[in-house]
Design a protein around this ligand. Structure first.
Ligand code: SF4
Length: 402
């Protein structure tokens, strides 16, 4: 069969583009971790299912005037609207869901008339069914006549879970964080995705072998491990082979130039959790090693693929944060911290300054980022226009700096 697009269809499509699509995009359906933060939350009744709050407000509980659902741009013959029209019992259940979200106080408001509107409004029938014995219907500052105590926040414990990589996205641009973790957009997948992680894994295995057997792994062992464990999910065969060769060169160079790491290594991939500003910050330190010949003084090494031209404030901040975590959360005596670039031609290990002042500044930056996220501050504030040019969301971000 053949179908034709009529003027009416185009008109509807234009209406849709003009009134909806132009200023909106799919905000995703994923979990928003910041919604659990201690703050007022505005949501639909459907969205409250499974949640509970000390105080709940259900405003504007009025009867809706019956109106057929409009087809809009959808084809009414192809779409069965009646399937999605709820019954009165469905509405009643939903009202019940809303009411039972309250742990302590429930406020339900309604209206008999809205000034300026042509049609009068009437309270929702479920509202009228409420048993007045359980309601306070007259205005009263505090109907329970309790002894007044100073107000304080809810005692419910909630720690916002986060990691440095999430915070660094926020620090780079607050709106980037929103796109990534609140709207749950996924960046474009590149073939080399996971390359750094794979190189880290092989290094981790090599260090484990050294710790267990008390020997420095040979290049043959490294090549064997790489052959067995290196896998890039999105790379085509040829690309994967090229990256595998590059990874082997990087690892062999590291084995040749930084052999002493293996005899001084204490722990690789050391996980930590740290309480910062009511957030639970977790991460993993790539390598903890002893300072030459000294059992009690440790150093942190954070591995990065690429060369030293990548060194920037973000990497310094990460290592400074890990230094604080190692000292405060793991109680380790860390003296120095480095970023090690695992370039396949020229490797470099750059010390990051960890004076008390620098660590304090780093923690202030981290605390400010946590505060920004937990108070839902998502400004378009890329640190430089170049960040917008390289941003994963450059093509869809409505706030891109042009
Ligand atoms: S395009 Fe620019 S403003 Fe938009 S999220 Fe990316 S960095 Fe931020």
């Amino acid at each position: 069969t053949r179908s034709y697009c009529t003027y009416k269809d185009i008109n509807r499509f234009c209406w849709f583009i003009k009134h909806y699509a132009e200023g909106a995009y799919d905000a995703g359906t994923g979990e928003d971790p910041t919604l659990l933060i201690n703050a007022v939350q505005v949501m639909t009744l459907h969205g409250t299912k499974g949640l509970g709050f000390p105080v709940v407000f259900m405003p504007y509980c009025v009867e809706r005037t019956y109106r057929e659902t409009q087809a809009g741009f959808l084809n009414p013959e192809a779409f069965n609207f009646t399937r999605y029209r709820g019954s009165e019992e469905d509405e009643r259940r939903l009202f019940y869901v809303g009411m039972t979200r309250a742990k302590k106080y429930l406020y339900i408001t309604t209206s008999r008339h809205i000034t300026g509107k042509r049609r009068p409004k009437y309270p929702l029938s479920f509202f009228n069914e409420l048993d007045n014995r359980y309601c306070i219907t007259t205005a009263s500052p505090d109907p329970t006549k309790r002894r007044r105590l100073p107000s304080k926040p809810s005692v419910e414990e909630y720690q916002f879970p986060t990691s440095y990589s999430e915070l660094s996205d926020y620090i780079r641009c607050e709106y980037d964080y929103k796109m990534r973790y609140i709207y749950n957009f996924n960046p474009i997948i590149v073939q080399a995705l996971g390359y750094g992680k794979q190189v880290h894994n092989i290094l981790n295995l090599l260090h484990k072998i050294a710790q267990q057997n008390n020997v420095i792994p040979t290049p043959e062992i490294a090549a064997e491990l790489l052959k067995e464990h290196f896998y890039l999910r999105y790379a085509a065969d040829e690309q994967e082979e090229t990256l595998k060769r590059s990874a082997l060169r990087s690892i062999l160079r590291y084995l040749g130039l930084w052999r002493e790491d293996f005899s001084l290594s204490v722990k690789t991939e050391r996980p930590f959790e740290m309480d910062v500003e009511n957030a639970l910050l977790s991460g993993s330190i790539d390598l903890l090693k002893r300072k030459d010949g000294n059992e009690n003084i440790l150093e942190i090494i954070d591995f990065k693929t690429g060369n030293e031209k990548r060194m920037n404030e973000e990497l310094m901040l990460q290592v400074q944060l890990y230094t604080v975590a190692a000292r405060n959360a793991l109680n380790l005596n860390v003296e120095k911290a480095y970023v090690h670039f695992l370039d396949d031609e020229k490797q470099a290990r750059i010390e990051v300054l960890t004076t008390p002042k620098q660590l304090e500044n780093a923690m202030n930056t981290v605390k400010d980022a946590i505060k920004g996220i937990t108070t839902r501050r998502f400004n378009r504030n890329p640190k430089s226009p170049k960040i917008c040019n390289d941003c994963d969301w450059g093509r869809i971000c409505p706030k891109k700096k042009r």
